[in-house]
Design a protein around this ligand. Structure first.
Ligand code: MRU
Length: 348
């Protein structure tokens, strides 16, 4: 399986996803700043993968000389590293979830020697990594149960192994469904402007031997009307407690189309993607990226010189268009506010 993030011999390696599918290359991140740059520049992307990379970023920061000499120095170093890493991408809540875990881990282990505490921080980053491996497997298994022989499953953006530490969320479901059921096919939206569907999801599906077609984003309604799409599944960057879902721009439109055509629309996401402080999706911050991503493709201009462009990277799908949210703890359906409350009732 593809590993977007690797921790080997005490070093952090990331696949440079901006070079895919043309070139599969790994690079080492030696500092927290390099991890922050990799996240902001989308060399590593996808909400869970961003969180995992950031956790390692904190450890890379605290182990770099000059080392903190007191607990207070270490605590303030961790706070500064979390601020640096937290500035990179505002929508993916897994980033803040992972950074909060690193901060909590620091405080909870204040009585240890500083060298031991630094090792404990590495262990916490590794825990976040390994938990994601387990959680994504559970999501893939539960999601595959919802698919049927012969289904054509549409997905958007990339919520695969490249976007997590494990098998992926939505794309993990597609791959697992194709192992479990006969005749599964996928339909992949190209996902302008960064083309995660065309570049990354297509690349992953080919490796997993899942038959698929690539379509442009504006073809979805045509294929739904023809009856060629049985189910839609996407990942998420942040989910509010009423079930509203922020995901890659274009997800909201797809969900409305699926609703109109009576096609099940599923969201697959780990518990770490829920923002338990938000009652609805209205206050989810939406990342605005450079207009150059819209005006240019592969650094080539595609419009008139000086054209103004807008580039919100995510949108929020209201929960009423969502058939179910597939988590590692179970499949949640409407009424989402009540059922999510129940799901989280037993969690700290
Ligand atoms: O901008 P990106 O490529 O980081 O956006 C990724 C998505 O929108 C994914 O669907 C989401 O992060 C879930 S990844 C398992």
């Amino acid at each position: 399986m593809i590993k977007a993030i690797e921790w080997t011999k005490n070093k952090l390696f990331l696949i440079d996803q901006t070079k895919l599918p043309g070139k599969l290359s790994r690079f080492e991140c030696k500092t927290a700043q390099q991890v922050a740059d990799a996240i902001a520049g989308m060399k590593v992307r996808g909400a869970p993968a961003i969180g995992v990379a950031a956790a390692f970023g904190v450890y890379l920061g605290v182990r770099r000389p000059p080392l903190a000499k007191t607990f207070e120095q270490l605590e303030s170093q961790v706070a500064k590293l979390c601020a640096l890493l937290g500035k990179t991408r505002p929508t993916a809540v897994n980033l803040f979830w992972a950074l909060d875990r690193m901060k909590r881990c620091t405080v909870n282990n204040r009585d240890h020697k500083l060298a031991t505490l630094r090792d404990i921080l590495l262990r916490e980053a590794l825990n976040i990594y390994r938990e994601d491996e387990k959680v994504t497997k559970a999501i893939a298994a539960q999601g595959a149960e919802l698919m049927r022989d012969g289904d054509t499953i549409m997905t958007h953006c990339n919520a695969g192994a490249l976007a997590t530490a494990g098998v992926g969320t939505a794309l993990g479901v597609v791959v697992e469904a194709s192992r479990k059921h006969k005749g599964i096919k996928a339909l992949v939206g190209e996902t302008r402007p960064r083309l995660q569907g065309a570049r990354l999801t297509a690349w992953e599906l080919k490796q997993a031997h899942v038959p698929f077609h690539l379509i442009t984003d504006n073809m979805a309604a045509y294929f739904m009307k023809k009856g060629d799409i049985n189910v839609v599944i996407v990942g998420a960057d942040r989910i509010a407690m009423n079930g509203d879902v922020a995901n890659k721009i274009g997800t909201y439109g797809l969900a409305m189309l699926a609703y109109h055509h009576n096609i099940p629309f599923y969201v697959a996401a780990p518990v770490s993607t829920f923002d338990r402080s938000l009652a609805s999706g209205d206050s989810i911050p939406i990342e605005e990226r450079s207009p150059l991503e819209v005006t240019h493709v592969n650094e080539r201009p595609i419009s008139i010189a000086g054209v103004k462009a807008l580039n919100p990277a995510f949108d929020v799908t209201p929960h009423r268009f969502i058939s179910a949210i597939i988590t590692e703890l179970g499949v949640v359906r409407a009424p989402f506010d009540q059922n999510l409350k129940n799901l989280f009732a037993n969690l700290v």
